[in-house]
Design a protein around this ligand. Sequence first.
Ligand code: MG
Length: 314
Amino acid sequence: MSAERLPMVVPAADLPDRVRIYEVGARDGLQNEKGAVPTEVKAEFIRRLADAGLTTIEATSFVHPKWVPQLADAEELFPRVRDLPGTELPVLVPNQRGLDRALALGADRIAVFASATESFAKANLNRTVDESLAVFEPVVRQAKDAGARVRGYVSMCFGDPWEGAVPPHQVARVCTALRNMGCDELSLGDTIGVATPGHVRGLLNLLDEEGVPTDEIGVHFHDTYGQALANTYAALEHGVTTVDASAGGLGGCPYARSATGNLATEDLVWMLHGLGIETGVDLDRLTATSVWMAAHLDRPSPSRTVRALSHKDQ
Ligand code: MG
């Protein structure tokens, strides 16, 4: 690799030494792609991500196949990858049935998906916020009893397509409820990508005041308005050390109206490595993986870094 294909390393003061990247491409990414990907391609994708140095890779969702047909093969996929050495493989479960399926296959990292807003809870979960939290409570308890670590996603933390701006105290209430039921970690989702750095700082400050420990917080930014890395930087300044990202920006097809715009893992790694922050990720291997996956999806990766690094002439 030529020297110009790595960022110059210039550390900034008061940022974390290391960031844990929580890779969501195989689940959040593929669930938002139009077509279903063959199970063995998904398994190979996850193996390649692990080989590129990612240590937390959300593998799939044990949701009813009717709701997310792209992930209907969870039962076949998970056993193919669950023994990858040195790799945590969380799986999403929407309810008790999903948890039972996941635990039966030996999953020991579980995620549940809550909403900060009533409109999205209704649209996505067909329940009120409190009704959905009531569904999760026994699920989280049983997962904890089984020895699993549990992550609580909170979607629509910054803006909601029906409700507009989301009051931070509303987010804090859901975060606190998830922690009280036993979640070990939270992921603050900017599901429609509208957050800006001051907004991120404001929410994280409020969560401090509400007693939510920063080391239990992950951030999940979407690049819909080009703000994902700026927002990530604001979160790093606050001390957040877990950042969600999707290899190649999967799930964020810029040409589709359904664009969700997941932050691309490669774009994140370029910034973090330039800041001298360790990730354990080999950017060349990761980029090669996203180029390989883009060929399977028959469209280019929307990641700027993947495009830059895969053009040999630059
Ligand atoms: Mg996402």
